[in-house]
Design a binder for this molecule. Structure first.
Ligand code: PLP
Length: 405
């Protein structure tokens, strides 16, 4: 048989989805599974968006312009303006979700084994996007004990080599829920200017900041304007992951021009979907703000539930709709499998995302899990009780913790 490309070997199986067959088997045995592993919002897509789709007067679904329909780019521009972020429609390219925008951004600023810095644990698909763009992800490891903050600017500087081209940052963070501080953003900005780097900011969770906090966008650093590439998406803020509409925005004309060539090669993004999100982009802030209140209640339920588990010291997620935590378990991968194969608590079990898949560095995260807040607060509380019972019953619990309980 002919062999496959080296790039294919670098694409990892999704750590979030690989437990799905075991979860289905548990359900087939009659066990209810609470899925804490996947960030697929549970609440309905806004009816206004669905109504807009039904009301579209389209009699021919032609290719849209490669850069995106003007109405769509104007709507994104207005949306950014509502956050005090200045991007004119001609500084915006509509993409098939943030996923495509990140892949394009990486491909445009780096390649041929160039390096891009990323904080780990990170969104797992960054690694696959990097493999597609032939970019090496260089991790800056963050620790749960620090709330997954990096604090010190020298940590950034020490990871930069002559091959570093950009810093990729997700704020608020999937998977950790970290919202980077003003000082951290300034440090990234300073290093980017000092070392001549691009900054790719993934702000798909911008609305979801808890405890009345706020994400400060990089776009306010005037001396960074030519280096900043913002990627965004309607997936999470409007419960509309299946719409597959996102964008890339930058003031850098060269980046725009080259990215447009990538856009032209894939022809266009779906016409009807671009149009159906226009009104929500213009008027959707109150909707997303209501979601944020709901996610905060869920975050509180998860934090309280984790804090009650012997041997767990949770950090308080500051935003997005995830948290990561360390468990007093030798291997969370084995634990996640055991939960689905061998454990039930009053007829239920939970599906967790093992932490190792969120790290670039092999061997890290084996005693961590990511939890997504995709059920109401009462269900999240029940899920944490199931986790508590499971940690207590698991044969692979850390001996020291087991002995002290
Ligand atoms: C941090 C982050 N960036 C990008 C994406 C991809 O978003 P989209 O659905 O817009 O492709 C996700 C999806 O989960 C995400 O969590």
């Amino acid at each position: 048989m002919p062999s496959l490309s080296p790039k294919s070997a670098r694409l990892q199986q999704s750590p979030i989805r690989k437990l799905a067959p075991l979860a289905r088997a548990a359900e087939a045995r009659g066990t209810d599974v609470i899925y804490l592993n996947i960030g697929q919002p549970d609440m309905p897509t806004p009816p206004e968006m669905i109504a807009e789709l039904h009301g579209l007067a389209l009699n021919r679904l032609a290719y849209a312009p490669s850069e995106g329909l003007l109405q769509s780019r104007e709507a994104w521009s207005a949306f950014f303006a509502s956050w005090g972020i200045d991007f004119s429609p001609d500084e915006i390219l509509v993409t098939a979700g943030a996923s495509e925008a990140i892949t394009f951004a990486l491909s445009v600023v780096a390649g041929g084994g160039d390096e891009v810095l990323v904080f780990e644990p990170c969104y797992t698909n960054y690694l696959s996007f990097a493999a597609q763009a032939d970019v090496k992800m260089v991790p800056i490891t963050l620790k749960v004990e620090d709330g997954y903050h990096f604090g010190d600017i020298d940590r950034l500087r020490s990871c930069i080599t002559p091959k570093t081209r950009a810093i990729l940052l997700c704020n608020p963070s999937n998977p950790t829920g970290t919202v980077y501080t003003e000082a951290e953003l300034e440090a990234v900005a300073r290093v980017a200017v000092e070392r001549d780097l691009f900054v790719i900011c993934d702000e798909v969770y911008r609305e979801f900041v808890f405890d009345s906090g706020r994400v400060r966008s990089f776009t306010r650093f005037a001396d960074l304007a030519q280096r900043i590439i913002v990627v965004d998406s309607v997936s999470k803020r409007f419960n509309a992951c299946g719409v597959r509409i996102g964008c890339m925005a930058t003031k850098n004309r060269e980046v725009l021009d080259v990215t447009l060539r990538f856009c032209q090669a894939r022809l266009s993004v779906a016409t009807a979907e671009q149009l159906m999100v226009v009104p929500m982009l213009a008027n959707g802030r109150p909707y997303s703000e209501r979601l944020c209140v709901e996610y905060q209640a869920r975050r509180d339920a998860v934090f309280a539930g984790l804090a009650a588990i012997h041997g767990v010291k949770p950090h308080r997620s500051e935003g997005s709709f995830y948290t990561m935590t360390r468990l007093p378990i030798e291997s969370c991968e084995d634990f996640a499998v055991w939960l689905l194969r061998d454990f039930t608590h009053d007829g239920e079990t939970i599906c967790l995302a093992p932490g190792a898949g969120f790290y670039v560095t092999p061997g890290l995260g084996i005693d961590e899990v990511r939890i997504a807040f995709m059920y109401d607060a009462a269900t999240m509380t029940r899920a944490m009780k199931i986790l508590d019972a499971a940690v207590g019953a698991y044969p692979g619990r850390l001996a020291a913790v087991a002995a002290s309980s």
